[in-house]
Design a binder for this molecule. Structure first.
Ligand SMILES: Cc1cc2nc3c(=O)[nH]c(=O)nc-3n(C[C@H](O)[C@H](O)[C@H](O)COP(=O)(O)OP(=O)(O)OC[C@H]3O[C@@H](n4cnc5c(N)ncnc54)[C@H](O)[C@@H]3O)c2cc1C
Ligand code: SF4
Length: 507
C-alpha cells in the first residue's frame, strides 16, 4: 500500500516492528526483506510517488518531479561538484543508469584489514547478491540496444588492445530510448518502485510518500520510533504530522541525508565520524567528433565500460545525453556551441569516474539543512587527467576527427599525438568540469566504535536497534557504481536481523 500526503485528512500514528526511512536502493530492499521475515514495516519517503505515466522524458519537468532540489545538490569546494540525487518512491534508483557491479573482492579485503570488518567476504555476500540480481533482473546489455556511442568506443578500445565489456544492468525488455535519467517510460529499468517496493507492499508493508522523517526517537540508548511530517507535493508545505512507534529503525536516506538527520538529532555520533569521509566517485567526460553518424542518444546511455585501469582507480563508462539536454556534452558557449550542435549526430561521448581517496563532509547549518563540502586532492586530479587522456586516445583509435577533453586552454585536440598535451599537464582539480553520482562513506562501518558509526551488521555502535543501510556505510570508495552493493549489503543485514529477531523484536 502506497499512501500519498494528498490522500490524508489528519495526522497519522502507526505502530510497527520496523520503520524504514527512505525508499531507495537500501530502504526498499530492507522493507521487502524484513516484511518477508514476518515483521510489520512502515516506510517513510520524503519524495512523491510516480509511475511511467508521469515520466514525460522532458528534462526540466523530470528534474522538478524526481530529483532533490531540481538536481542542483552540490558539494562546495574548488571546484564545486554537482551531486544530483533522487527524491521519490524508489529514490535515486528511479533516475539512475541501471549499471550493476558487485563490490570488488579486493575492496572487501581492504576493509577487513583497515576497519577490522569480519564476515564480509565475497563468498559470504554471494547469496545476497544473487538474490538481488534475480529480483532486479541483472544481465549484460544486449547488442540491439547497446547504441552506436558504445560500439564506436568498443572499436577504439579493441584497436588499442584494452579490456572492456558491455555493462550488466537491471533492466527487462529495454528498448534503448536513452532517457534513463528521467525515469524509464517503458518500465524496463527495474528500479525500486517497480521491484522491491511493490514486493514489500504485497507482503503488507505500508509506504508513506511525501513524508519526511525529522526525529528519531530513543529511550535508554535504544530506538523507539520516528516522528515526521507530511508535505504537500506541489508547495512542499507541511500538511500533517506522522508518528511511528517501532522497535527497529532503518535509516536509509542516502549518504547525504542520513548523516544530516543524525546530526540534527545529535545521535550515533560519539565517534565524531557522522558526516565525515564522504566519497563521491568524481566523474568527468570527453566528447569526440566523427565523420560517421553516431546518434549517441539512441541506445542505452551507459552500456559499455573499460576497466583496464581499474586497479589504478580509473573506470571508463559510457555516457550520453539526449539532444534537448545535450549541450552539456560539448565545450564552448554561444555561436561556437551552436555550430557544434549542428553536428550533434556525429558526436560520441564517454565518461571517466575515479575511485577517490579525497574526502568531503556533510554538516548541517543552523536551519538543519545539509552543507556538503569536498576537496579533491592532486593525486585524484592526476587520475582524472589520465582517464581523460585514455578516453581521448581511444576515440582517436576509433577514427575521431577531433576530441574535446574540456580542459582549460585545451578545449579540443586534433590528433593522437596531441593527447600528450593532456598527459604532460600538472593536473589540478579545477581543470575539470566534474559531476558526481555516488555519495558514500558518511556513516562508515568498522569494528572500532571510536572510528566508525556502524558495525559490520550496519547497527549503530551508539544506539541499539538503529541500522543504517544505504551508501553511507562504505568505509572507502568502491570504484564501481554502488547501487548493487548497497542492495547486497541491505539483503545481508536484513537476513542478520531476521535471524536474530528475538533479540531485536521481542525483548
Ligand atoms: C543520474 C544518476 C545516475 C546513476 N547511475 C547509477 C548506476 O547506473 N548504477 C549505480 O550503481 N548507481 C548509480 N547511481 C547512484 C545510485 O543510484 C545511488 O548510489 C543509490 O541509489 C543510493 O542508494 P541509497 O539507498 O543510499 O539512497 P537513495 O537511492 O538516494 O534513496 C534515499 C531516499 O531517501 C529519501 N530521504 C532522504 N531524507 C529523507 C527523510 N528525512 N525522510 C524520508 N525520506 C528521506 C530520499 O528522498 C530518497 O528517495 C546514479 C545516480 C544518479 C544521480
Ligand atoms: S534506455 Fe532502456 S532502461 Fe533506459 S529509459 Fe529507455 S527503455 Fe528504460
Amino acid at each position: 500500500m502506497i499512501i500519498q500526503s494528498k490522500e490524508l485528512s489528519s495526522d497519522v500514528s502507526e505502530k510497527a516492528d520496523v520503520c524504514v526511512i527512505g525508499s531507495g536502493a537500501g530502504g526498499a530492499v530492507m522493507a521487502k526483506e524484513l516484511s518477508e521475515g514476518g515483521h510489520s514495516v512502515v516506510v517513510l519517503e520524503e519524495g512523491g510517488y510516480f509511475t511511467r505515466e508521469d515520466f514525460n522524458q522532458k528534462a526540466l519537468d523530470m528534474f522538478a518531479l524526481l530529483y532533490r532540489d531540481f538536481g542542483l545538490t552540490a558539494a562546495v569546494g574548488m571546484p564545486a561538484i554537482p551531486i544530483p540525487t533522487g527524491k521519490c518512491v524508489g529514490g535515486t534508483t528511479v533516475i539512475n543508469s541501471g549499471t550493476c557491479f558487485r563490490v570488488p573482492d579486493y575492496i572487501l579485503k581492504s576493509w577487513e584489514e583497515d576497519y577490522d570488518l569480519e564476515g564480509l567476504t565475497s563468498e559470504a555476500l554471494r547469496p545476497s547478491f544473487e538474490r538481488v540480481e534475480e529480483i532486479i533482473n541483472v544481465a549484460p546489455v544486449s547488442l540491439e540496444v547497446i547504441g552506436k556511442n558504445a560500439l564506436v568506443f568498443k572499436r577504439g578500445t579493441e584497436a588499442l588492445g584494452l579490456k572492456g565489456a558491455p555493462i550488466a544492468r537491471n533492466a527487462k525488455d529495454c528498448r534503448g530510448c536513452g532517457v534513463c535519467a528521467f525515469g524509464c517510460p517503458a518500465d524496463a529499468k527495474q528500479a525500486m518502485h517497480l521491484t522491491y517496493i511493490p514486493l514489500s507492499s504485497q507482503l503488507g508493508a505500508k509506504i508513506y510518500a511525501n513524508c519526511r522523517a525529522e526525529k528519531i526517537l530513543t529511550e535508554q540508548g535504544r530506538v523507539r520510533g520516528v516522528e515526521g511530517v507530511f508535505l504537500d507535493q506541489k508547495t512542499n508545505k507541511k500538511t500533517h504530522k506522522m508518528k511511528v512507534e517501532a522497535r527497529v529503525v532503518i535509516l536509509a536516506a542516502s549518504a547525504l541525508y542520513s548523516p544530516a538527520l543524525l546530526l540534527r538529532n545529535k545521535l550515533a555520533n560519539s565517534s565524531g565520524q557522522v558526516g565525515r569521509n564522504l566519497r563521491i566517485h568524481p566523474a568527468s567526460r570527453v566528447a569526440a567528433l566523427f565523420d560517421e553518424e553516431i546518434e549517441g542518444w539512441k541506445g542505452v546511455p551507459q552500456s559499455y565500460y573499460v576497466d583496464e585501469y581499474f586497479e589504478e582507480g580509473i573506470m571508463l563508462e559510457g555516457i550520453f545525453t539526449p539532444p534537448g539536454y545535450g549541450a552539456t556534452n560539448l565545450p564552448f558557449f554561444g555561436k561556437q556551441l551552436k555550430e557544434l550542435m549542428k553536428d550533434y549526430r556525429h558526436f560520441a561521448a564517454f565518461g571517466v569516474m575515479i575511485s577517490d581517496t579525497s574526502r568531503g563532509r556533510v554538516r548541517v547549518n543552523r536551519k538543519g539543512r545539509p552543507l556538503i563540502t569536498y576537496r579533491m586532492k592532486r593525486e585524484d586530479a592526476r587520475k582524472m587527467a589520465k582517464g581523460v587522456a585514455i578516453i581521448s586516445e581511444i576515440f582517436f583509435a576509433a577514427g575521431a576527427k577531433k576530441v574535446f577533453p574540456y580542459l582549460p586552454g585545451l578545449p579540443e585536440i586534433n590528433s593522437r599525438q596531441e593527447v600528450d598535451k593532456i598527459r604532460k599537464r600538472r593536473a589540478k582539480a579545477t581543470d575539470f568540469g566534474m559531476m558526481a553520482f555516488h555519495p558514500m562513506g558518511t556513516c562508515r562501518m568498522g569494528r572500532n566504535p571510536r572510528k566508525s558509526v556502524v558495525n559490520s551488521h550496519c547497527e549503530a555502535h551508539d544506539v541499539a536497534n538503529l541500522f543504517i543501510c544505504d551508501g553511507s556505510i562504505f568505509p572507502s570508495s568502491l570504484g564501481v557504481n554502488p547501487q548493487l552493493s548497497i542492495m547486497g549489503f541491505a539483503t545481508h543485514t536484513a537476513s542478520y536481523i531476521n535471524a536474530n529477531a528475538s533479540r531485536y523484536f521481542y525483548t
